[in-house]
Write a protein that binds this ligand. Sequence first.
Ligand code: SF4
Ligand code: SF4
Length: 347
Amino acid sequence: MSKTVAFSKHSVNVFFHILTRCNLRCSHCYINPDQHGRETLSFDTVSAWLNLFVSKTRDANLILLGGEPTLHPDLARIIKTARAMGYGSITVDTNGYLFHDILTKIAPKDLDFISFSLDGATPGTNDAIRGKGCYENCVAGIRQATEKGFQTSLIYTVSNENIHELHQMPPLLAQLGVDRFFIQVIGIRGNSREKVAGIVERPSKRQPKLQPKLQVDRNTWMTLIPKVADQVADMGITVTYPKVFLENTEPFECAGNVAENYFIFPNGRVYRCPLCEDYPLHSLEIVNDQLVSRPKINEQDLFALSIPEGCVINKLVQPANLSFRSDGTPEYQIACCLLKEEVSARS
Ligand code: SF4
Ligand code: SF4
């Protein structure tokens, strides 16, 4: 059985992009340096900013991201500092290349999870999205981490380009010894937004090419995702996936109004909603190492709006996942992108 994980009003989730630089050029990358900055934050700045959020609650969950966070020369020190500050949990999201011999500089006790991104069950599909050689490097990184006793998780960002291989993931996850599996839905932001607009040139072709719809339709999502999640849970691995679609009668809630999620970027922008990250709609900003509110109009003003389609910002930035009846009413609502279903491991 899956259960919807309600937004916790007590926990704080801190998604901290400590740099935007990356060794890869994934075709669905959401990092947008014009909006997020190009800086690699110094150790002192990262420490000062970590302090701003841990002081809100001792139970704050920290997720260190990039770009590729292992490219940061001080990542090990940052992890240990966050642990000493009292963060409730610490996760590092990586593409698997594990630069700076990071696994030799930290111990399993220093962090809760290393989360690897793999977007296909085979090199063919994964590398078409993430780049040549990424599959082998990521799998090697997972093996290295599990051998050293780190807890690992794997993130699979589902789109129409890789959903055909999702059913091949359960045996692969078991073989790799992964502890948790996160299915993500592709967001139409960053490179994906450009791709959908047909303005990205494919390296193999000279002409810009209009891409097909990236987000999978409701029927496919609602039949396939829970089925794969169940299979993975049967292998003793806990699975989390976004709910995405709600019946019109189900209650809709915007995490921006009821939960504490912070998405921090190296230029100081702090968003409460990831769907806003392509625009200067951030409601908070770090200025001189202090967290300050931004004047209207920002994402917070949009969270307050109520529409029959559910999430307001979804309707503004990725409306292709909506569907309407002939009388113009929506067939369903789009849930907050932060609303998750969790299927616990069954062993
Ligand atoms: S690994 Fe992550 S940050 Fe790097 S290009 Fe891919 S999606 Fe972007
Ligand atoms: S995804 Fe939609 S519902 Fe969720 S925080 Fe953003 S605006 Fe609110």
